[in-house]
Design a protein around this ligand. Structure first.
Ligand code: SF4
Length: 293
């Protein structure tokens, strides 16, 4: 793998693979001593989430275990001296990690192995758009943390913005989590919720969200949408995000709010990449959301 820093784009690292394909890794320095590396698991992605830049590329190929681990190794080498050390790894770069489950499980286990990178399993988070059988397998085989990109409170909206929902709907996804987490000790799933103006950000959505995650040990991360070229969607205004957060917090949920900042590159999974000429198709906008996009 070759690498290239792009200083003008912040802490983004481009890796050129042996077959000349390129993947992106992002390092996000946080305050309070936490610095996160966001690794890619595929070149492109097959999931076609409608708000995601990576999704426009379609899937080019899976990354090998070595190609995934190398991103964290390289970032750690680079950031150890100058900026403090890498403390967390998130699989939220290009790709749906569970679509490449064999290599992702192996890579995550190397990252937490005593003879590997020695991260605590709580500091390595794999994010999925909701591939239910693979999610089950991950929870049974790995102790690493799990994030689920939820992004909607009804099948109607999720079927549109995250087409994987047509195969594994919200009910099945959430019931599987409810069931599987019974066997995990002190384990909470992180729900990522990218807020899209007029699509998934009503107060009715907030109240529905409280209901649908009931009984699942979880935390919720509300993320400001980072519009990219050709995007249909608009970000929810900050004041509305705060009100949305307050409704969830008043119901007793643990909720974080990530307002728009320089670290938007890491928004749930994806949002990286260069779609090129051949792009995945945009899906038909449901009638009732035509005004919002
Ligand atoms: S949000 Fe994640 S799963 Fe969806 S298209 Fe983007 S990279 Fe793939």
């Amino acid at each position: 793998m070759k690498h290239q820093m792009e200083p003008e784009r912040g802490l983004q690292i481009l890796f050129t693979l042996e077959d000349e394909m390129v993947v992106e890794t992002v390092v996000i320095p946080f305050s309070q001593g936490r610095t996160t590396v966001c690794v890619s698991s595929q070149v492109g992605c097959a999931m076609n989430c409608q708000f995601c830049y990576t999704g426009r590329m379609g899937l080019r190929r899976h990354l090998s275990t070595a190609e995934i681990v190398e991103q964290a190794v390289f970032a750690r080498r680079l950031f150890t001296s100058e900026f403090g050390s890498i403390t967390n790894v998130v699989f939220m770069g290009m790709g749906e990690p569970f679509h490449n489950i064999e290599n992702v499980i192996k890579a995550a286990s190397i990252m937490v192995d005593e003879k590997g990178l020695q991260f605590s399993p709580r500091k390595v988070t794999v994010s999925t758009s909701g591939l239910v059988p693979q999610l089950k397998r991950f929870l049974r085989e790995s102790n690493c943390a799990l994030a689920v990109s939820l992004n909607a409170t009804t099948d109607e909206v999720r079927n549109w913005i995250m087409p994987i929902n047509r195969k594994y709907n919200l009910g099945l996804l959430l019931e599987t989590l409810r069931e599987e987490l019974r066997f995990k000790h002190r384990y909470k799933v992180l729900f990522e919720y990218v807020m899209l103006a007029g699509i998934n950000d009503s107060f009715e959505d907030a109240r529905r969200l409280i209901e649908i995650v009931r009984g699942i040990p979880c935390k919720i991360n509300l993320i400001s949408f980072n519009p990219h070229s050709g995007s249909l969607f608009k970000p929810t205004p900050e004041e509305k995000m705060i009100e949305f957060r307050n409704i969830l917090a008043e119901a007793g949920l643990v909720v974080f709010l990530r307002l728009s900042r320089g670290d938007d590159k890491m928004a749930a999974c994806g949002q990286l990449g260069e779609p090129g000429d051949i792009q995945a198709p945009m899906l038909r906008v449901p009638e009732q959301f035509r005004m919002a996009v």
